[in-house]
Design a protein around this ligand. Structure first.
Ligand SMILES: [Zn+2]
Length: 471
């Protein structure tokens, strides 16, 4: 169960955390191996039992659900099967934002008994949730390439050979490296990490040097980082170390990126579907037939605009129910804003997990300054993460030296008097931050908007758009 904050800090200080957590971690690995094998009726029974438990738990312990379900006139007893799930109302990102922290945290957990995780700026609307120890352990175990990519398990002998004899690192993650990022949660749990985390906001040249020096067996990063690394390696003619597998997460992986990765790394790329609110949801099959949903941990509904489940093969809005996290239960959450298509039948690889194709993921372009320096999109989006009452935003580089920032306010009563005007406190603070990141090479203008315009035919909007052509 949840570890007390003080104990956790003491364990970390002494390095004993690695010993203490090795036991639950090994246990979780075995548990995940069992869960990955569930299929047919067994899987369904497991899902329904967990579903009933988490719904009852949320009603009894989390204010948001207790209040919302009572208002809606539903009770945990109304949901006995997965088909009953649609009786419950949808939970939105605004529900989480308004309820943070107390109304979305289970009263069983104090702030010190669980981890706080937040969006990395890629989604355009900042959100924070709480994650409990058990749930974090599950995602940690699931990040093993044998589950994610169907690779052979890492044996003790191989770990010794690769990491001690050859001095390669097992995993390298190039992610947002702050204390709220889900991706760095493991670093917060284990002090001697088997992961090397590199900050994604560093320039591509540093990423290239790190990859080639540490020679990771597995590389996990955002599509935007990978694209910049490939382009920079090609431009400078550097030969890249070849990892066994590269995983991407976050933004969409397009065919162009796959080609770039093949040319640069001569290795395979697997896309994964993960979100700060849920951890891993699905991972691309090594046969590239779609993404396998970890359906023993996340129930995925695909809904039409009326809230009805779409048939297989048709696009629907992703609504997810998490079957594990108790610190902030997420039941029928639509806040990811993603659209996906479910494929009929099982994959030719034989894994008993349903297949999904993601349609439009998060989109974020890098910004290239007039000096030629590249700025990763998340350094800009993260600068907006803690701006109060900012509901959505879009950063648009319209010329090399001109960026327009569209800002959409929360529609709550507290947000009524708030102004994002350039002369106000908030506006000045945004302009100062952007000036520092962009070395004042770019003229930045703020514009308060009613909504972010979408391209025709698109359901999502990009958080950072660069209209400046890049080779
Ligand atoms: Zn498969």
């Amino acid at each position: 169960m949840a570890e007390k904050g003080i104990t956790r800090r003491l364990l970390k200080l002494t390095g004993l955390d690695n010993v203490v957590y090795a036991v639950p971690y090994t246990r979780t690995l075995r548990r995940v191996a069992g869960l990955m094998r569930l299929e047919g009726r067994q899987l369904q029974e497991f899902q329904q039992r967990r579903l009933r438990e988490i719904i009852r738990y949320a009603y009894d312990n989390v204010e948001l659900y207790h209040r919302k379900w009572r208002q809606f006139g539903v009770h945990p007893d109304d949901v006995q099967t997965i088909a009953d799930l649609k009786r419950l109302p949808i939970i939105t990102k605004d529900d989480l934002r308004e309820g943070f922290p107390d109304a979305i945290r289970s009263r069983e957990f104090g702030p010190e008994d669980c981890f706080t995780v937040g969006t990395s700026g890629s989604t355009g609307t900042p959100v924070r949730v709480f994650v409990d120890f058990d749930k974090a352990m599950i995602d940690f175990a699931l990040s093993e390439p044998r589950y994610m990519g169907g690779m052979p398990p890492i044996t003790f002998r191989r770990a010794v050979r690769d990491c001690l004899v050859r001095r390669n690192v097992m995993f390298m993650s190039i992610f947002v490296n702050n204390e709220l990022a889900y991706e760095t949660l493991y670093a917060r749990m284990f002090s001697l990490m088997r992961h090397t985390v590199v900050d994604c906001l560093l320039p591509p040249a540093v990423h290239i040097a790190q990859i080639n020096a540490k020679k990771p067996l597995y590389l996990h990063t955002y599509a935007s980082v990978l694209r910049n690394v490939c382009i920079a390696a090609r431009e400078s003619g550097i030969k890249m170390h070849r990892p066994k597998l590269i995983f991407t997460t976050g933004e969409v992986t397009d065919p162009h990126l796959r080609t770039l990765v093949k040319e640069t790394f001569e290795t395979d790329l697997l896309d994964s579907y993960a979100a700060v609110e849920f951890g891993f949801i699905a991972c691309e099959c090594p046969r590239h037939e779609g993404l396998h949903v970890f359906s023993w941990k996340a129930l995925v509904e695909l809904l039409d605009p009326k809230g009805e489940e779409v048939p297989d093969g048709q696009a629907g809005r992703v609504v997810i129910t998490d079957l594990f996290n108790r610190a902030t239960p997420l039941i029928r959450y639509n806040g990811l804003g993603d659209y996906a298509v479910r494929k009929t039948g099982l994959c030719s690889c034989g894994r008993p997990l349903p297949l999904l194709t993601r349609l439009e993921g998060r989109m974020a372009d890098s910004v290239v300054l007039p000096s030629g320096r590249m700025v990763h999109p998340y350094s800009l989006t993260l600068a907006l993460e803690d701006i109060p009452h900012l509901n959505k935003f879009q950063i648009r580089q319209e010329r090399p030296d001109y960026i327009r920032v569209l800002l959409v306010k929360d529609r709550t009563r507290e947000a009524e008097g708030v102004s994002f005007a350039p002369g106000g406190n908030i506006g000045r603070s945004i302009l100062t931050r952007f000036g520092e990141i962009l070395n004042d090479q770019v003229n930045v203008e703020l514009e308060t908007a009613e909504d972010i315009p979408r391209k025709p035919g698109h359901r999502k909007y990009a958080t950072v758009v660069s209209l400046v052509q890049r080779d």
